[in-house]
Ligand binder design. Structure first.
Ligand code: USQ
Length: 402
């Protein structure tokens, strides 16, 4: 297949591009390298030393004998370049990762909120409009988030996108329906993925676009089979207060002797998936497209759920790190249960990488190996969800870890 990976230089996009190329697909990466620019803005760097995009692609050519094309395209700002890329490359499928993906970054201030909405919503809409204008039959695979659902389920399992409901007509007749699961985003970033869902639903209905939306949990891990092949192919690893995700942050904190920064009580339960499983899920989604005229196909892309304080305790046990409850900079439930349906990928052959099997390797191979590159100043999370949250004042009093 011919596949364009939009956002193919990022944390998920890069390993997904290599995986698809390795499978023999003709891959083009289209990316405006914005993630590298944001590193500069934040004065932060990936824990792993990432090569320039040119060096990455040259290394891949050398190691695999395969060519990945590259175009510097800003989906949100340069519609004509996007349309040209589609018309010239004529993809069978596109994978859309080209969005600002960090919740804390999206909540820093009005400027970052506006950037996140402008960038993400325009990128998605431009892509859909350009596919229609091109007249090509392209399957769109989009990286969404579990966060569109929120994380509270009143005991039920979160379905894969659609909720069964019954409505009663004025005649008293009961009708069964399925609706998009009610959204409950917890940040401006997560909200943009809710808006994306509606754009996809409209274009699937109006233009019969074939769209798959992957509602992904939090990634853990760094490298995949392909990014491990050569130092220049290494994936990025964020640990800073804006882009670092919880488990990867804990790993780095443990490696440098920084207390594990558990927000609030650590009672937040979240969904997780290893990066190797993510690339496999993207492959499975591409291989199982919806038909033209179908509603958007939604997969829950996660393999296990964990409570934040349990993760911290697990890492502390392996490494001897100290756990510290810190005032939560976010507005989120202090404690929640999370039950998620994830049958689709398992039924299609996904064999999950379990946290219990991979955690130690991650501690040694990534966090331990690159710990000299850690800038301690970049660790604290300084982005507050509301102006009422003065730095250092917990929105709710922390309780000791059990
Ligand atoms: N947390 C801590 N300590 C930290 C960092 C985070 O306790 O040092 C807590 C947060 O308060 C939150 C949970 O860990 O309760 C998860 O935070 P996160 O930064 O790991 O994840 P999140 O902001 O939700 O976003 C990440 C990715 C995003 C993706 C999302 C999937 O950045 O792109 O969409 O995970 S999900 O969370 O399932 O919505």
């Amino acid at each position: 297949m011919r596949i364009i990976v939009f956002g193919g230089d990022g944390f998920c996009g890069w390993p997904a591009s290599l995986h698809l190329s390795d499978l023999g697909h003709e891959v083009m990466i289209a990316d405006n390298l914005s993630r590298r620019a944001i590193d500069e803005e934040l004065g932060a760097e990936s824990l792993t030393p990432i090569a320039s995009i040119a060096d990455r692609l040259a290394a891949w050519r050398e190691v695999s004998g395969r060519e990945i094309a590259f175009r510097d395209v800003d989906l949100a700002a340069d519609y004509d370049a996007l349309l040209t890329a589609l018309e010239e490359f004529r993809p069978d499928a596109v994978v859309h990762f080209a969005e600002q993906r960090a919740a804390p970054y999206s909540m820093k201030d009005a400027g970052h909120k506006r950037y996140t909405v402008d960038n993400n919503v325009r990128a998605t809409h431009n892509l859909l409009a350009a596919i229609v204008e091109s007249g090509l039959d392209v399957h769109v695979v989009h990286l969404g988030t579990m966060g569109v659902y929120g994380y509270g389920t009143a005991g039920m399992q979160i379905p894969e996108g659609y909720l069964d409901v019954q409505v009663t007509t004025p005649d008293g007749e009961t009708i069964d329906q399925q609706i998009l699961y009610p959204s409950n985003p917890g940040s401006v970033y997560h909200m943009t993925k809710v808006l994306d869902q509606h754009l996809f639903a409209f274009y699937a209905k109006n233009d019969r676009l074939r769209v798959t939306d992957l509602h992904q949990g939090i990634i853990w891990g760094t490298n995949t089979t392909q990014t491990s092949l050569d130092e220049r192919l290494v994936n990025r690893f964020d640990y800073d207060g804006d882009y670092g995700t919880v488990l990867n942050r804990f790993l780095v904190e443990a490696a440098v002797g920084y207390p594990l920064t558990v927000h609030g009580t650590g009672g937040q339960t979240r969904a997780f998936i290893h990066i190797q499983d993510m690339v496999r899920c993207v492959q499975i989604a591409i291989e199982n497209p919806p038909e033209a005229g179908d509603r958007v196909k939604i997969f829950n892309q996660m393999t296990e759920t964990h409570r934040v304080r349990d993760l911290a305790a697990q890492i502390a046990e392996i490494t001897g790190a100290r756990v510290e409850l810190t005032p939560n900079p976010r507005q989120e439930s202090a404690e929640n249960e999370l039950h998620v349906v994830n049958r689709s990928f398992l039924d299609l052959g996904l064999e999950p990488t379990r946290l219990s099997e991979g955690l130690l390797r991650e501690v040694e191979e990534t966090a331990g190996r690159y710990r000299d590159r850690v800038d301690l100043e970049r660790i604290p999370s300084r982005s507050l969800w509301t102006s009422r949250q003065a730095p250092g004042v917990p929105p709710s009093a922390p309780v000791p870890v059990a």
